[in-house]
Design a protein around this ligand. Structure first.
Ligand SMILES: [Zn+2]
Length: 74
């Protein structure tokens, strides 16, 4: 179980998906959480609590938005 997460987090789940991959990216956060499988690209929705329970750990951040803007401002 994890305690918190954010949009774009890459999460390892306790159980692997049917395709054998256990890592997913959080693609939407709200009352429900939308996840995309890294192995097959399948998108699923879980309610927030179910997701927190099913997740094992956050292993990183998907960084597709870091190209467009630099982080020079601080
Ligand atoms: Zn999959």
């Amino acid at each position: 179980m994890i305690e918190t997460f954010a949009l774009g987090d890459v999460v390892r789940m306790k159980k692997p998906h049917a395709c054998g991959t256990d890592t997913w990216t959080v693609t939407r956060v709200g009352a429900d959480v939308k996840l995309k499988c890294h192995g097959c690209g399948r998108v699923v929705m879980l309610d927030r609590l179910a997701f927190l329970k099913a997740a094992k750990q956050i292993i990183g951040k998907e960084t597709e938005s870091c190209r467009s803007s630099s982080q020079s401002e601080s």
